[in-house]
Design a protein around this ligand. Structure first.
Ligand SMILES: [Zn+2]
Length: 302
C-alpha cells in the first residue's frame, strides 16, 4: 500500500551480514539437508547431534554428550562450557529435535542456529561467570512437558550436581516476522489489549519468579538491538508461557526466560511440513541474535 513509507528493517552492520549468512547456512543444514529429526527419524536426530557437536568443535569449544535412554535408544543433550572466574552459570539452550511431520526450520532450527552463532562469538572469551551452551533433545511431543523431555533430564542432573545456574535462556522459534496487520495473536484475548497486533517484534517471556531477570534482559536488549521487543512475566499456567525448555528449569527452581517470535501465535507454518528454511526473515533474525549477544555480554560480564 502506498503512502506509508516505513523502513521495515534496520540496516545490518557488516558483522550482522556475516551473522545472517551463518544463521541461514545452519538452518539450511538442520531443516533443509537433515530435515525432520526426532525419535521416529532417529538417524536424522543423530545427524543433527553430530552437526551440533562438530560446530562446537569447529569453534574451538569442547562438546560433551549428556546421554539418557528412552526404550533402549540413546538420546543426547549436547553441551559445551566456557569456564569463567566464578562457577555461576549462564546457560543458553535450544532444542534440536523437530515435531513429527515437520522439518523444523523455525521450530527450532532457528534457536539452534542462534545458539551456535552465540557460542562462536563467545568462544575464547573469559568472563566473570561460566557460560554454557546446550542443545536439548526431545522437546516436542510426546516428550513435551514429560519427565522424558531432554531439558528436564538435563536440568535434573544439574540440580543433583549442585550446578549454580543463575540464568537459563531458551531460544525457541525466533526467526519469523510479519508487518501485516493482525499478524500477531495471543493465548489470552486480554493480552491483545496490551501488546502489538503486528508480529514484527521478538518476545521475551518469563515466569513470575524470573521477573527481575526478564527486566534486565529486556533493558539490555532494547539498549542495543535494532528490532522491537516485547516482554512479559506471566504465571506459567497461561498457554504458551511454559512451552519450551525453560519450564524444565523452572520446575527445579532455576530462573529462566524464553526468547521467541511467539510461534503458534504468529507463525502460519508452525508444526507443519511447511516449516521450511525459506519462511524465515534472516535480516530480522540476525538483529535478534546480535541483540542477544549484548544481553549475554551483560550477564556474563566480559
Ligand atoms: Zn519448539
Amino acid at each position: 500500500m502506498p503512502g506509508k513509507n516505513i523502513l521495515k528493517t534496520a540496516p545490518l552492520s557488516p558483522d550482522e551480514v556475516i551473522l545472517r549468512e551463518e544463521l541461514r547456512s545452519d538452518v539450511q543444514k538442520l531443516a533443509g539437508e537433515i530435515g525432520e529429526r526426532n525419535m521416529w527419524h532417529y538417524p536424522q536426530l543423530n545427524a543433527a547431534a553430530d552437526f551440533i557437536e562438530n560446530s562446537f568443535s569447529d569453534a574451538g569449544l569442547r562438546p560433551r554428550r549428556d546421554t539418557y535412554e528412552i526404550r533402549g535408544q540413546a538420546c543426547h543433550n549436547i553441551e559445551t562450557e566456557i569456564r569463567g572466574a566464578s562457577p555461576e552459570i549462564i546457560l543458553i539452550g535450544a532444542h534440536y529435535d523437530s515435531v513429527f511431520g515437520s522439518p523444523g526450520a523455525n521450530d527450532n532450527g532457528s534457536g539452534v542456529a542462534a545458539m551456535l552463532a552465540l557460542a562462536r562469538k563467545f568462544a575464547g572469551k573469559t568472563g566473570k561467570h561460566t557460560l554454557r551452551f546446550v542443545a536439548f533433545v526431545n522437546e516436542e511431543p510426546p516428550y513435551f512437558l514429560s519427565d522424558e523431555m531432554g531439558s528436564f533430564i538435563y536440568a535434573g542432573r544439574c540440580k543433583a550436581r549442585g550446578d549454580k545456574i543463575s540464568v537459563m535462556i531458551s531460544l525457541e522459534t525466533i526467526g519469523y516476522f510479519s508487518d501485516a496487520s493482525n499478524s500477531q495473536t495471543y493465548p489470552s484475548p486480554g493480552l491483545g489489549i496490551f501488546y502489538p497486533k503486528v508480529g514484527n517484534f521478538i518476545g521475551f517471556v518469563g515466569n513470575v519468579p524470573s521477573r527481575s531477570l526478564l527486566r534486565r534482559v529486556i533493558a539490555t536488549f532494547r539498549k542495543y538491538a535494532k528490532i522491537p521487543s516485547e516482554g512479559a512475566a506471566l504465571p506459567s499456567f497461561i498457554p504458551g508461557v511454559s512451552w519450551s525448555d525453560q519450564r524444565s528449569f523452572w520446575r527445579l527452581g532455576y530462573p529462566g526466560i524464553m526468547v521467541t517470535d511467539t510461534a503458534p501465535f504468529r507463525y502460519p507454518y508452525y508444526h507443519s511440513a511447511n516449516d521450511t528454511p525459506d519462511k524465515l526473515d534472516y535480516d530480522r533474525f540476525a538483529l535478534v541474535v546480535s541483540g542477544m549477544e549484548k544481553v549475554i555480554e551483560d550477564l556474563y560480564k566480559l
